[in-house]
Design a protein around this ligand. Structure first.
Ligand code: COA
Ligand code: MG
Length: 288
């Protein structure tokens, strides 16, 4: 599943949904959690449920961010949105893979009741929003069959810890949040699922977003969360390989295919070996 950009759309806003559809995001995250105030939760749930009934062709995936277990709303949210239009759930404030196990079992029941293929609803997890979660990032390996992506969040973690800030004066993450980011990246790599970077809150700073996306992609993230429509095109561009990268990847794959007995080759004066081949195959797979 290609998830370069996942745009949050508050579940109670018809206007924002109208704006978000067709904007080019790989996925829309219809949000029932933090962007919806408690008095609007039930209405948002009904709205999101109705949106998923629309069978019109679309070029994006629908994810729903449900409320976390400590609210007591998770299973009612799921009951309202598990239907054929749903591609995945985003699980906030997860403590460990045990939470995903519980969600998965509930999904089995709901899919069966809705006449859907068991396993069709995928799961993405915000894996660093509680202090406890930081000690359980390894629990996502081996990956639950429904798990497709891990992402991370700095705001709820900071709130949970009572931190007064999570950014340095230059805008970079302070070290506890850099640790959360980095461990999310490794946890996703270990589980073999997509590592997605967190959101970039300053939605009026396209240059800053672009710089931040380039750093994320350099380090191995394959996409990120978005909060504003203006961020989507920048994110998609940054997390797509350039023409030149695709051409180079193809050259490496072709060179190894032409010499199946070679573990290492020289291409344009540079040594290329198996890790380069794997990276090239990954690049080509990402556009397939
Ligand atoms: N999805 C769809 N449409 C959005 C949007 C989003 N996430 N964010 C903004 N828009 C729309 C606005 O409604 C506005 O539409 P209009 O031109 O028809 O009036 C347009 O895009 C421009 O918005 P702008 O005025 O620049 O921003 P804003 O002040 O209206 O909204 C936020 C700013 C942060 C409130 C808004 O971007 C938002 O709700 N983001 C998502 C928040 C969220 O879901 N957070 C949960 C994850 S932490
Ligand atoms: Mg939150």
């Amino acid at each position: 599943m290609r998830l370069r950009s996942m745009l949050f759309v508050p579940g109670d806003s018809d206007k924002k949904f109208a704006k978000a559809s067709g904007i080019g995001a790989d996925a829309l995250i219809l949000d029932l959690e933090d962007s919806v105030v408690p008095s609007m939760k039930i209405e948002a749930r009904a709205k999101v449920s109705a949106l998923l009934d629309n069978q019109a062709p679309r070029d994006w995936r629908f994810f729903v961010r449900v409320n976390p277990f400590d609210t007591g709303m998770t299973f009612d949210d799921m009951a309202a949105v598990v239907k054929p239009g749903l591609d995945g759930l985003l699980i906030p404030k997860a403590d460990s893979a045990a939470d995903i196990e519980r969600i998965g079992e509930e999904l089995d029941q709901l899919e069966a009741a809705a006449g859907m293929a068991i396993g069709s609803v995928k799961i993405a997890v915000v894996a660093t929003e509680t202090a406890k979660a930081m000690f359980n990032l390894g629990s996502y390996t081996p990956a639950h069959p429904r798990l497709v992506a891990l992402t991370w969040g700095a705001e709820d973690l900071a709130a949970a810890l009572g931190a007064t800030a999570n950014k340095e004066e230059d805008g970079s993450w302070t070290s506890p949040y850099m640790l959360a980011r980095n461990l999310c990246l490794f946890a996703a790599g270990s589980a073999g699922v997509l590592p997605l970077d967190t959101l970039y809150a300053d939605f009026r700073d396209p240059e800053g977003l672009e710089r931040d996306c380039r750093r994320a992609r350099r380090d191995g993230f394959v996409g990120r969360l978005a909060i504003h429509p203006d961020q989507v095109a920048i994110i998609n561009r940054c997390f797509s390989p350039s023409e030149q990268e695709i051409a180079e990847a193809q050259m490496i794959v072709d060179a190894f295919a032409a010499q199946p007995d070679a573990g290492t080759l020289g291409i344009n004066g540079k040594m290329v070996d198996i890790p380069h081949l794997k990276a090239a195959q990954k690049t080509l797979a990402s556009i397939a």
